[in-house]
Design a protein around this ligand. Structure first.
Ligand code: ATP
Ligand code: MG
Length: 286
């Protein structure tokens, strides 16, 4: 077993190299809102992200190859193939929300994709759309048109990313819908292995990378209650915080409420108890 050498710090994860070909991604309990890491942590959040991603990587292996090699006993560490990451955030939207909704209101389009007139906030789109963004090393990711995104990775790779992203979204959205959760939108990161093969990486279908809405509460024409960070975003917005560093401390009830939402998303989607995951993380891979 090669020694783990620290090679990077993301907003949420610490990255370690395990030799030349593998990485250890360790998900912390840090939470970022509007790309700002808050001073308060959410206990077990990193374990929920790691467990849910592992679960989905195992479930979607047939749709698209991915980087997962194994989960460690701490429940927050993923061993994976080290890839050359592509410089795009592959966003898929099945519903009109967040920056997609803002863009639609201004231009009736999202990332250059024209949409029908008369859509309301949170409306379901007749077909999911692929709306990639830049992968900013600091600050906010910027929306791209299909042409701009294709320029960054090449036309052929772009088409492959779009196809894989939409297919993965459809698969998980159907799976989650059957368990009472709407995946309104999501984001993937892909890399390329030594053979030039496209490989799904990072985290997938977690509350950090996706908007999860409880289906029984869904009603278009307004913002939705959610399992994800919206709860924290709403709290932060209620303070009139200007979305720049430093972010606000979170009070105990917001911490507890957020933790409960993360754990609930985990349990509803995996149909496993979070305690069973803590006892043996690889239970999500079976
Ligand atoms: P940033 O790196 O911009 O801070 P982030 O805050 O989303 O983004 P984290 O999620 O904390 O980052 O850390 C994960 C990092 O690891 C990301 O930069 C991601 O692109 C990278 N990554 C994920 N999987 C792989 C992989 N298999 N090979 C190489 N890099 C990977
Ligand atoms: Mg990330």
């Amino acid at each position: 077993m090669p020694e783990a050498v620290h090679v990077g710090t993301g907003k949420v994860r610490e990255l370690f190299a395990l030799g030349d070909e593998r990485l250890l991604l360790v998900a912390s309990d840090r939470i970022s809102v509007f790309d700002v890491v808050l001073p308060t942590e959410i206990p077990d959040k990193g374990r929920v992200l790691t467990g849910l991603s592992g679960f989905w990587f195992a479930k979607t292996r047939g749709e698209c190859p991915n980087h997962l090699l194994g989960l460690r006993e701490d429940g927050r560490s993923t061993e994976c193939k080290r890839l050359e990451m592509l410089p795009l955030e592959c966003v898929v939207r099945g519903y009109l929300s967040g920056s997609g909704w803002s863009s639609y209101r201004e231009t009736r389009s999202v990332c250059g994709i024209a949409l029908p007139e008369g859509l309301r906030e949170s409306d379901r789109l007749s077909d999911p759309i692929f709306t990639p963004t830049t992968k900013a090393s600091s600050g906010h990711d910027e929306p791209l048109t299909a042409e701009q995104a294709a320029e960054l990775v090449g036309q052929e790779r772009y088409a492959e990313l779009e196809r894989a992203s939409i297919e993965l979204y459809r698969f998980a959205a159907d799976y989650a819908a059957a368990r009472g959760i709407i995946i309104a939108d999501t984001k993937f990161e892909f890399g390329v292995d030594e053979q030039g093969q496209l490989v799904l990486a990072d985290e997938i279908f977690t509350p950090d990378s996706s908007r999860f809405w409880p289906a029984d509460d869904y009603e278009p024409g307004r913002g939705q209650a959610s399992f994800d960070k919206q709860f924290v975003r709403d709290y932060a917005a209620s303070l009139g915080w200007d979305k720049t560093y430093p972010g606000p401390e979170l009070p105990e009830e917001v911490v507890a409420g957020t933790r409960a939402r993360y754990v609930e998303a985990f349990e509803r989607l995996t149909e496993l108890s979070f305690d069973d995951y803590l006892a043996d993380p690889e239970v999500v891979l079976r």
